[in-house]
Design a protein around this ligand. Structure first.
Ligand code: ZN
Ligand code: ZN
Length: 358
């Protein structure tokens, strides 16, 4: 039997990834596959799988040979349950990777590319123990912190290979994809020569990929990712969900607009993106709310609804959920069915809005 080189992409598809990053990763997986198909060594050995995780984890593509691999559409969800993701990955490895026995040569040592941009919203310690006890020494894991937003101390407890990917660098995703492809190609060459060892990653480009040598100081588990304030709304007309993402601006935004400048002094989060998602969003989300909220007085910018174009996508019903409205007047909430009369005030009183977990 042919010995396979199993490669798993364990991809964070939480709210903070929704939008540009998810599209870039989808394209990136497609580009990796087409590069590998042109490489005779990779074509012969590499098998790919894609596992997506947010509040829950899901195998999007099971371990598949390159010629039959079709790049998937990545789902999205709420939460960053790294513990659940690792457990799912380990179960998947148990189920699919052929182990070497005295009578049989099993698969080559699998490679896992963990791509994440946030702090875990679950407690991953049990999964970490299981990983370190039974998987770490027989699986090559490369943990990539997208934009440097992941918990590097925690990732260091999983693997020695923790790499920060600067996603705002020039042509960042295209160059990152090239690096991943080259790393897989080099590993498939090694295994074809019978060397089944530590993954030989392609040379990292400074400014794009930086290896994390040590991460001092444990970050305590907080249950919410504070780089972003993310909200899940539902379109009143189409009843489809969307994600509104505000980013902590940390004073980085420069403006000559006096009104905006004033807002930046008093409000912590600026509108970053609004993106439509599908109803499958709820399948990958952890149950329950984060229990944390953000005051509307802390947010800058009001997006349009990405499904119907309504002017205000951050209207809040009495039930606490977010929906879109086109203006003042009576609106039926697509979450609870209650009718609420909205008044649109530009200055407005502030109210708390329940946030997603990251
Ligand atoms: Zn709408
Ligand atoms: Zn409601």
């Amino acid at each position: 039997m042919m010995r396979r080189l199993p490669i798993y992409f364990l991809v964070d598809v939480s709210e903070s990834m929704v939008g540009k990053n998810l599209y870039s990763l989808e394209e990136g997986i497609g580009a990796i596959v087409s590069t590998l198909r042109k490489d005779p060594y990779a074509l012969e050995t590499a098998f790919l799988s894609v596992i997506a995780f947010a509040g829950k984890a899901k195998t999007v593509v099971p371990l598949t040979e390159l010629v039959a691999f079709y790049p998937p559409e990545l789902p999205a969800g709420g939460g960053t349950a790294l513990g659940a993701a690792l457990s799912h990955l380990m179960d998947e490895i148990d189920r699919t990777v052929v182990v070497t026995t005295p009578n049989r040569k099993g698969d080559w040592r699998p490679i896992v590319f963990l791509l994440t941009d946030g702090h875990p919203t679950d407690d991953p310690s049990k999964a970490l123990d299981r990983w370190n006890r039974s998987y770490r020494n027989r699986v090559n894991m490369v943990a990539v912190s997208i934009g440097g937003g992941a918990d590097h101390t925690l990732l260091k407890r999983l693997t020695d290979e923790v790499i920060v990917f600067n996603d705002s660098a020039h042509d960042a995703f295209a160059r990152f994809v090239k690096w991943v492809s080259m790393s897989i190609q080099s590993q498939s060459r090694s295994v074809s020569a019978g060397q089944d060892g530590k993954v030989s990653l392609a040379k990292a480009e400074p400014g794009l990929l930086e290896s994390v040598e040590n991460a001092e100081g444990l970050t305590p588990f907080a249950g919410v990712d504070d780089r972003y304030a993310v909200f899940v709304g539902k379109c009143s007309k189409k009843a489809l969900p969307y994600v509104v993402k505000y980013e902590r601006h940390m004073g980085r935004i420069e403006t000559s607009d006096p009104v905006l400048s004033k807002l930046l002094q008093t409000r912590r989060y600026a509108l970053d993106a609004v993106a439509p998602v599908k109803n499958s969003y709820f399948e990958l989300s952890d149950s329950g709310d984060s229990g944390q909220s953000v005051s509307s007085g802390d947010l800058i910018g009001q997006p349009n609804c990405p499904h119907c174009g309504a002017r205000f996508a951050m209207a809040v019903c009495q039930c606490g959920k977010i929906n879109c409205v086109d203006g003042g007047g009576d609106h039926t909430c697509p979450w609870c069915g209650q009718v609420t009369t909205y008044t649109i005030s530009e200055s407005g009183e502030h109210f708390d809005i329940g946030r997603g977990r990251g």
